[in-house]
Design a binder for this molecule. Sequence first.
Ligand code: XIL
Length: 352
Amino acid sequence: MRKNRRNRLRLVGALAAVLVAVTAPSAQGLCGEGHNEPPTLAELAQRHGRYFGSATDNPELVDEPYKAILDSEFDQITPGNGMKWYATEPQQGVFDFSAGDEIVDLARANRQKVRGHTLVWHSQLPNWLTSREWTAPELRAVLKKHIQTEVRHYRGKVFAWDVVNEAFNEDGTYRETVFYKTLGPGYIADALRWAHQADPRVKLYLNDYNIESIGPKSDAYFKLAQELRAEGVPLHGIGLQAHLALQYGYPTTLEDNLRRFSRLGLDTALTEVDIRMYVPADEQKLATQAQWYMDLTEACLAVRRCVGITIWDYTDKYSWIPAFFDGEGAALPWDEQLQPKPAYYAIREALK
Ligand code: XIL
């Protein structure tokens, strides 16, 4: 199976250059409607009962060619920053949902689902929260109000929430965030319960990176998920960010890992996929990257409760990687000129 796929991929790679010229304009919706356009990633994913999404960010939405692909190729969007705490509650008790709303409105216009990202995270917190000490009762009240105000605001508009983001260290111990240190590990169950009260229908996720493989960090999630389920805490899914890097190898236990969470009765999703490499990219690296995109797409399709895949923006033009990982980049399926890369054709192949 794998072998065949690999051979097919080589073929696809060889054809890609030719196909770019033929298919790229229609993928961008420049040919108008209904002229034998190839199906979009979203349409291909829907045939499997999955979504295929992209993150986006408000400043990018003035880029019309960018927007054309975002609007047409995907059926799910995640705001890259607009729903984070610093953006939504810049002053204590003063809420600003304008950035998130802009993306929700765009998604609605394009009939795309939205993943809410994220309610509780140690990063990108507002200054008023990080610049002082809190007693447990104070922080509990702050956290509850933040979660419930935001979840209520987006009730019926997002289908899922990353309620807690990046709660564990690599060795599976709890990350010592302000929430953990002040409130103890119970803050996670509390956050889930508060979110559920505010929107009983929305799917509630825990989300993290480096949990694609079976190992100490994903084991910590597995154990926590078992406990939360046993206690009747409203947890519905685990989000695997899947920020992969060629130099660290492919997470070969991904499919088994997804399956063990499914068996707990949880949904899973690949929520922030990108596959970075040291730049400059070359043909070999792009081919390996394409293979990985294909493999992770197949892994999700192989596990019934893996509900969808989101790439962390779709073009290298707007990837977060170069700014955060020195010397790395080229992580997404479209290049900086918005042209599809081998990875794009590999995803299509996996979805066919
Ligand atoms: C990133 C955004 O893409 C950047 O624009 C921002 O400067 C930093 O955060 N894990 C997450 C995402 O859960 O929220 C992060 O997004 C990437 C890593």
